[in-house]
Design a protein around this ligand. Structure first.
Ligand code: GLU
Length: 263
């Protein structure tokens, strides 16, 4: 299978912004093993700003644009250095692609992006994609940003012709209520349609260093389902769950537009 895996800042780093070494090592080991099984893997990784915060010892996620961009420039470097070293341990090669909104909207640039991803996969590399946060700004009235990586990962899954998008999150999947507040909240294993009722379940979860929440994951699911691509949300705290997701076992929340019996 061709699989896009989206990794959030909260999976890669501790709350301090410093690298979660154990988690990241497990993640790179599992992804390398999935590649060894014969799967093609594309990563969409957040963490540039979060890791920049850690590396520059900033007190928290910056709110002003120049500091955000500076943090992204520093953190993106650290993040790729980390991926490159860890994948190299398992004899795999990583490749960085930084994109802006225009790169995936404007047809000519989109075709270039798709060609690069395809060629990297043919060459056996692991493309690691992020938004080019160091230079892309979201000025009012100018839509050059994608803004968050849940949506970017769905766009990448469509561009790459993926079979599956797996979003690693700090939550197990979509629940009937916010599990952090409601002890009766139950995990929903399968969603076949994003109805207004499903959207109402999303709330607005999010951590201090990342940007996403459940609603951006539902937007990503809509894009994937429209393209016939399954999307699964799993908890990034146990990277081994990736094996279950890839093997079609019941883990996290699967969004699918395909037919078949409910699991
Ligand atoms: N591109 C941002 C970063 O690498 C993250 C966006 C997101 O968290 O969705 O820090």
């Amino acid at each position: 299978m061709r699989i896009v895996i989206k990794i959030g800042t909260s999976t890669l780093t501790h709350g301090t912004g410093s690298l979660n070494i154990r988690r990241t090592e497990e993640l790179c080991k599992t992804i390398s093993d999935l590649k060894n099984c014969g799967h093609e893997i594309v990563l969409v990784s957040s963490g540039a700003i979060g890791m920049g915060v850690g590396r520059l010892h900033l007190p928290g996620r910056p709110s002003d644009m120049p500091t955000k961009q500076a943090a992204a420039a520093v953190g993106q470097c650290e993040m790729m250095y980390t991926y490159d070293r860890m994948f190299d341990m398992y004899n795999h090669v990583s490749a960085q692609i930084l994109v802006s909104g225009e790169d995936v909207k404007e047809p000519h640039r989109k075709a270039n992006f798709e060609n690069t991803v395809r060629r990297l996969l043919e060459l056996g590399a692991i493309p690691v994609i992020n938004e080019n946060d160091a230079v892309v700004t979201d000025e009012i009235g100018v839509e050059t940003t994608i803004g968050e990586n849940d949506t970017l990962s769905a766009i990448v899954a469509c561009c790459a012709g993926a079979d599956l998008l797996i979003i690693l999150s700090d939550i197990n999947g979509l629940y009937t209520a916010d599990p952090r507040r409601d002890p009766n909240a139950v995990l929903i294993p399968l969603v076949r349609e994003i109805t207004p009722e499903v959207e109402a379940l999303a709330g607005s979860a999010g951590t201090s260093l990342g940007t996403g929440g459940m609603s951006t994951k539902l937007s990503a699911a809509k894009l994937c389902m429209a393209a016939g691509i399954d999307m699964i949300i799993i908890n990034g705290s146990s990277p081994e769950a990736l094996y279950d997701a890839v093997e079609g076992k019941c883990v996290g929340t699967r969004f699918t537009s395909r037919g078949g019996a409910d699991t």
